[in-house]
Design a protein around this ligand. Structure first.
Ligand SMILES: C[S@@+](CC[C@H](N)C(=O)[O-])C[C@H]1O[C@@H](n2cnc3c(N)ncnc32)[C@H](O)[C@@H]1O
Length: 245
């Protein structure tokens, strides 16, 4: 019903959540597989963007695609158009997975330190291998932990990135606990918080005590920076920037 390239068997809850999703959904990591590559797999018949709603009939519907990493285009947008000069700044990626946000931050920004916090041990190991291979060790550090144990790291951050971090990986109660921990510890005035989707959307599905208007101010982004036809504007529009009050 759903395929899950770029997932580990150790992600028990995430895999369980995929199976509970009401409609067929395909998990394709946008950092590893760009749209052109997915198109070529579809052309070769190795993958499909559609599924048959009634076996044997010609009625088809589009499959929902979900990525668990930012794509290269989103990462460039983030570092070249959304964030200011990061010289001397500390970036924390909550749920760093393959390390895409960290590696792009190393190459496209002057951030002094880029921390990734990832609860899955397999993904931490994978990130460590890339850090060693490409000699990123001077500015990137990966912490294998639940973000809810990292209060002091969050308190010293200047930029916090949260890309679809909790919804697919934690049950509802854990999501509430994690968001409340974030709202308690991401408090430095002027800190920039990047989220996908918006905070309003993420929190609307949960019962939390977080008062958004007292915590953050949203900064409107210009999503029209790329004129190329192949740019996925819808994906860019999911990226939101907030300043901590
Ligand atoms: C959608 S991926 C984000 C990937 C990456 N930040 C990017 O943008 O390319 C979310 C990741 O968050 C991790 N995660 C979820 N809840 C977490 C928690 N409480 N503490 C640390 N990591 C968590 C998951 O294991 C998953 O790898």
């Amino acid at each position: 019903r759903s395929s899950k390239p770029a997932m580990f068997n150790s992600e028990h809850l995430a895999i369980q959540k995929i199976h509970q999703h009401p409609l067929p959904m395909i998990h394709v990591d946008a950092f590893l597989y760009d749209d052109d590559f997915v198109d070529s797999l579809c052309e070769e018949g190795k993958m499909s963007r559609n599924y048959c709603t009634e076996c044997g009939s010609y009625k088809t519907a589009s499959l929902e695609f979900i990525s668990h990493s930012f794509s290269l285009m989103e990462l460039k947008f983030l570092y070249q158009h959304v964030l200011p000069d990061l010289t001397g700044k500390v970036v924390v990626d909550v749920g760093s997975r393959l390390g895409a946000v960290l590696f792009a931050g190393y190459l496209y920004s002057s951030a002094s330190q880029l921390y990734g916090v990832e609860m899955n041990a397999d993904f931490c190991q994978l990130q460590e291998m890339t850090i060693t291979k490409y000699k990123f060790i001077d500015r990137i550090k990966v912490v294998h932990a639940d973000i809810c144990t990292q209060a002091s790291l969050l308190q010293k951050a200047d930029v916090v990135v949260m890309n679809n971090v909790f919804e697919y990986f934690l049950d509802r109660l854990e999501q509430v606990r994690a968001w409340e921990f974030i709202a308690c510890n991401v408090r430095k005035r002027g800190l920039l918080l990047i989220t996908v989707p918006s905070l309003k959307e993420s929190l609307s599905k949960l019962q939390t005590d977080i008062q958004l208007s007292q915590w953050v101010e949203e900064i409107q982004l210009n999503y029209d920076v790329y004129m190329e036809k192949e740019v996925d504007r819808e994906a860019l529009e999911q990226i939101h920037l907030y300043k901590i009050l």
